[in-house]
Design a protein around this ligand. Structure first.
Ligand code: EPZ
Length: 442
């Protein structure tokens, strides 16, 4: 369901109370859909959220001849790659939109068709989002890569062969690139320096169901034995721990009480520790997690984002909103992306006291230290945020702006909210269910 309004007018200051249910993780479901390309038979994916990133990948699959239809269960997709074919560049470009997912089509298409094409990629503006790791990986497998003015064309005339790949950084996307390519390559692939996020492990679950042979060692080394044939899978997607964390912070920041149905403790362990240290309370239920503000002051924290099992980079934007209300000085050192504090400008306009620094503050030196990147934030609280006119800059920052407007005194107008429906299913209905005081405009 596309959002027909692009502005929300929010009257802040009301606690959010009630229940929301999160479904499959945006950052797993989109990759699972691509994995279906590798199967010789149809796949069934369950708990798929109705978000625009899923619709983008559905469109990209369909221009390649894959049928993607709704199954009987709500949130179920049936993907049939039996007639996969090359797509015309213009069709790919028309569907790619602001997604980075097209780069992950390359391995599967090179296996099936011997060729692939990707347009220049989009994605949130949180750094320059390069794809050098991806291209190096594909070259390692034997792909021939040709850069064109409109994008990148690839071919694999002699097929793809297993490779030894070492990632300079545990990149989620590049790890997925290796997995989606190695499972059908000839021979063994050894990946060192792999990402091991829960979404990666769930993708490995899916590939194993299809017939792949994959091991994950304790030292972030993933080994894949290429096989000649993979079948379709049936899989219920892992829940979205980013959406779950966003609603948890919304409960804390608005002094409310929200049950997030579908959330599970194991994948949120590090988040739950910080949530508790800031002063929130949570209860693990059979079908979700209850998050609430128990009263009293919020406490400042010093955190450093990192790859899994560290504190996830996508969790810091909503958390910063809550830290504006903490009694004291908090520090967030963002070590995954070089420019991921653009969203704080709106918070400062709303009355927050936040300074951004180029130094690595509060933790270890990271890749961005002394390279002129604003990647550490110092948040002094408590501040009482007041309403303002805000334009959403990106997905996670945008949801944080909603949380800020919900906690602010007075009225805020939040524009460009369509971006939020990229990753948050039915967030308008969920805000209504939680008692938020707002109306749609524009
Ligand atoms: C995935 O992005 C997620 N997106 C991101 O979520 C998430 O924040 C990120 O992983 C880290 O967990 C999707 O899964 C669609 P990376 P990805 O490759 O794969 C650098 C959200 O809001 N890098 O792990 O693109 C890169 O610049 C999004 O849901 C290269 O230098 O992340 C960054 O500094 C935001 N060259 C670091 O690695 C490359 O070729 C981590 O990026 C690739 C990445």
């Amino acid at each position: 369901m596309g959002l027909h309004h692009d502005k929300i007018v929010i009257n802040g200051g009301r606690p959010l109370r009630g229940r929301v249910d999160v479904r499959g993780a945006k950052n797993l479901v989109t990759k699972a859909m691509v994995a279906a390309l590798l199967g010789e038979s149809p796949s069934v994916l369950r708990d798929v959220p109705d978000i625009s990133d899923v619709r983008v990948v559905k469109g990209l699959l369909e221009v390649h001849g894959v049928t993607v239809v709704a199954g009987d269960e709500d949130g179920e997709l049936i993907l049939d790659p039996v007639d996969v074919e090359s797509a015309h560049f213009a069709a790919i470009d028309a569907h790619a939109g602001s997604s980075r997912i097209p780069i992950l089509f390359c391995g599967p298409l090179l296996h099936r068709l011997g060729q692939a094409f990707i347009p220049d990629l989009g994605g949130c503006r949180i750094g320059d989002r390069p794809i050098d790791f991806h291209l190096d990986v594909l070259r390692n497998f034997g792909a021939v890569i040709e850069k064109l003015p409109s994008g990148i064309r690839m071919s694999a005339p002699d097929g793809l062969v297993g490779a030894k790949v070492s990632l300079p950084y545990p990149s989620v996307g590049a790890t997925e690139q290796v997995l989606l390519t190695a499972v059908r390559a000839k021979g063994i692939t050894e990946l060192t320096g792999a990402a091991i996020e829960p979404e990666i492990m769930d993708l490995i679950n899916i590939l194993q169901k299809m017939g792949a042979i994959i091991t994950v060692d304790t030292d972030r080394v993933i080994r894949i034995e290429g096989v000649d044939r993979l079948e379709g899978y049936t899989h219920r997607a892992l829940f979205d721990r980013n959406e779950a964390a966003s609603w948890a912070v919304a409960a804390l920041a608005t002094e409310g009480d929200i049950v997030v149905g579908g959330a599970k403790q194991a994948e949120m362990l590090t988040f739950l520790n910080i949530f508790r240290k800031v002063g929130g309370q949570f209860e693990i239920l059979d079908d979700g997690i209850r998050f609430w503000h128990p009263g009293g002051d919020l406490k400042p924290v010093v955190i450093e984002t990192d790859v899994h099992p560290g504190f996830m980079t996508d969790w810091q934007q909503p958390l910063v909103v809550a830290l504006t209300k903490a009694q004291g000085v908090s520090i967030v050192h963002e070590t995954v992306y070089e420019q991921r504090f653009g969203f704080v400008d709106a918070l400062i306009e709303m009355g927050a006291t936040i300074q951004i620094h180029k130094e690595c503050l509060g933790g270890h030196a990271c890749r961005f230290g002394r390279r002129n990147f604003d990647h550490s934030a110092v948040i002094s609280g408590p501040s009482q945020l007041h309403g303002a006119d805000i334009v959403v800059p990106d997905l996670r920052g945008g949801f944080s702006h909603l949380i800020a407007a919900l906690t602010a005194e007075g009225t805020s107008t939040v524009s460009n909210v369509g971006i939020i429906s990229r990753g948050y299913e039915n967030f308008i209905m969920k805000l209504e269910a939680l008692g938020a005081d707002f109306h749609l405009a524009g």
